[in-house]
Write a protein that binds this ligand. Structure first.
Ligand code: ATP
Length: 626
């Protein structure tokens, strides 16, 4: 959808696209009331703006009326004194109108900025409370657009649309009243002439608008290609698949289409102004003709000055009439904009804060799943009757085929999603009844896909704990087995990690994220082991880091490698969203069930020896005897 006040907004060029017409909102009194509720806190400033608009509209008309006086009393009346007086008055009024205009713009911009500031903050807060489901099912681009262009559009609605309705209506009314006061015959003639101006300019405007729209779409296409192919991963893809020439041809062809459209658009603009110039001339000429006839043939009391005033006033009506004819479209667009924003505001917050949040006395990280059912979409159940208990300071490993629901289980603990049936207990309290901030600060997750933001390693570490000291950071990095790497960097902790940490390897990123979670110092640590292949050195470094950490606290490991599985106190085997087996490695591997199969197909070849095999009562290198 084109922006509400995009390139299509040339003079006389406001038309709605088919898409806009289809998605036009129903303008109800409730919607209007809601829109105006945002203006309400600024009513005092709004009254000031209204006064400024009235004053500058009147002051804008006055010089036209004074022109009549200059001609009749100054020039024809041959009075130097009056001539200078009226010229000075006209100049003074124009200056005043401009000054009031400046003041009005300032107050208007101030109001618009404050309203959008309020709306943006409100939207950001609201979006923060939206669930993971919202973010996984909505396009990120849409969310950003709502935050940026849509709310920017509101500013333009207030500074342009609302203001335009007021100032144009007032100018038009004053101009018409003044015209009728001078001479009703010429005033009526003026009104008849207006459509002569309006109809051709609108039709030329529409052609121009259609072309501008096409050019805009073409421009979007060009931007799309650039975004796709000139990004880091896009370039990589192009290079690796040798698609340079193909992409160049694609770019060239859209680019040449763009040139054609641009030329047409410019020329349409040129035609538009030609029509505009010609028709704006017809009105005054008609007034001079009929005015002349009235003076010469009918000996009317009309003066030369009066006719000049009427011509000048007629000129003042063109713009407001044209703008007011466009107002309906602007108004519809403004309402569409507001209703899109309101749709977001009205989205229900799925993960609600409990009314009476509970905080456990001693947080130990103990977790219990009681007959948990869960589904992302109503038609597909992911977890079925999952029950387990993880006591404090113990660790458990969850293993299972890909897609069996392992990550889903951990999503339920910090309430990224809520269960459909059953309950998740954290330290004996249902997570839905627990203070959400406390719950989330007690759970630390090292996820498969490590997210580092563009900044230094230090910035990324401090995100977990802004008050962490240098020593604490170094300590965490040592524990996470990343300190040697950091020390080897020229800038140490101040090394930039690049866009999403792209300057680091997968293993380095994961170890930094382990250090980050250690600084958070959660009671429950969840480690979602990367399935993607890391080299064995990276793997062993991560393993060495994670092993002592999980001994110190309650932890859940989503495990893909034998060494990680063996580090846990108990193993749960998940299949199709159900826990099918649980116990110790040595028992499970003999049972001949899902675990045995997983062991044979996956774990057996993940050749990391356990760090402390004695804890598990087995040999360092598992052999085929199981
Ligand atoms: P893996 O080992 O490959 O990471 P997993 O056992 O962790 O797999 P989950 O990520 O928990 O599996 O996914 C379980 C199922 O839920 C999958 O079939 C997946 O397609 C589905 N799923 C996961 N996330 C969503 C989501 N946000 N919306 C809808 N379905 C989802």
């Amino acid at each position: 959808m084109p922006p509400a006040h995009g390139r299509g907004g040339g003079p006389g060029g406001h038309y709605m696209t088919d898409e806009e017409l289809k998605s036009a909102p129903k303008i109800t009194p409730a919607l209007i009331k809601r829109v105006f509720s945002y203006l309400k806190p600024y009513w005092k400033q709004l009254i000031l703006v209204l006064l400024c608009i009235i004053m500058s509209s009147v002051a804008g008309i006055l010089p036209s009326i004074l022109t009549g006086k200059i001609i009749d009393e100054g020039l024809i009346g041959r009075s130097m004194k009056l001539l200078i007086f009226y010229i000075a008055a006209s100049f003074g009024v124009t200056l005043m109108a401009s000054l009031i205009g400046v003041a009005e713009s300032y107050i208007n911009t101030w109001i618009a900025q404050h309203i959008t500031y309020d709306m943006r903050n409100m939207m950001y807060r609201h979006l923060q409370r939206m669930s993971q489901r919202f973010y996984t099912s909505n396009n990120q681009g849409d969310i950003i657009t709502r935050m940026t262009s849509d709310i920017d559009g509101v500013e333009s609605v207030i500074t342009n649309t609302f203001k335009s309705i007021l100032s144009n209506s007032i100018t038009l009314i004053f101009a018409l009243v003044a015209m009728f006061q001078k001479n009703w015959i010429l005033a009526i003639l003026g009104i008849i002439v207006i459509p002569l101006f309006v109809i051709p300019t609108r039709s030329a405007g529409k052609t121009r608008w259609t072309l501008t729209n096409e050019a805009q779409q073409c421009n979007d296409e060009v931007n799309g290609i650039l975004n796709e192919t000139l990004s880091v991963s896009g370039q990589l893809l192009v290079k690796l698949f040798g698609k340079e020439n193909e992409e160049y041809e694609r770019y060239k062809s859209v680019n040449s289409k763009m040139i054609g459209l641009n030329i047409k658009e410019r020329m349409a603009g040129r035609w538009f102004f030609m029509v505009l110039n010609t028709v704006t001339n017809i009105g005054p000429m008609l007034l001079y003709l009929v005015g002349g006839v009235l003076i010469m043939k009918y000996d009317s009391s009309l003066t030369v000055g009066d006719i000049t005033v009427l011509v000048a006033l007629l000129g003042k009506t063109y713009m407001p009439v044209n703008s007011l004819l466009n107002i309906q479209v602007d108004w519809m667009r403004a309402m569409a904009l507001f209703s899109r924003i309101f749709d977001y505001y009205d989205m229900e917050v799925e993960i609600k804060e409990p009314k009476d949040p509970k905080i456990p006395e001693h947080i130990t990280g103990e977790v219990e799943f009681r007959h948990v059912d869960f589904s992302y979409d109503p038609d597909r159940q992911i977890l079925k009757d999952v029950s387990f208990k993880l006591e404090s300071n113990k660790s458990m490993a969850i293993v299972g085929p890909s897609g069996s629901g392992k990550s889903t289980i951990i999503n339920l603990i910090p309430r990224l999603y809520d269960v459909c049936a059953g309950s998740v207990m954290f330290d004996g309290i249902d997570v839905r009844e627990m203070d959400l901030a406390k719950l989330r600060s007690s759970v630390g997750v090292v996820s498969q896909e490590t997210y580092l933001f563009n900044g230094t390693i230090r910035d990324n570490l401090r995100y977990a704990n802004p008050s962490a000291t240098e020593e604490e950071m170094i300590e965490a990095c040592k524990k996470a087995n990343i300190y040697d790497f950091i020390q080897a960097q020229e800038k140490g902790l101040d090394t930039m990690v690049g866009n999403r940490g792209l300057k680091l390897s997968g293993g380095e990123k994961q170890r930094i994220s382990i250090a980050r979670v250690l600084l958070k110092d959660p009671k429950l640590l969840i480690f979602d082991e990367a399935t993607s292949a890391l080299d064995s050195i990276s793997e062993s470094k991560i393993q060495e880091a994670i092993d002592p950490i999980i001994k110190e606290r309650t932890s859940i490991l989503i495990a893909h490698r034998l060494s990680t599985i063996l580090a846990a106190d108990k193993i749960y085997v998940l299949k199709d969203g159900q826990i099918v087996e649980s116990g110790q490695h040595k028992d499970l591997v003999r049972a001949g069930g899902v675990y045995t199969e997983l062991y044979e197909t996956q774990f057996k070849h993940s050749d990391m020896p356990p760090i402390n095999p004695d804890d598990h009562g087995m040999a360092p290198f598992p052999s085929d005897e199981y």
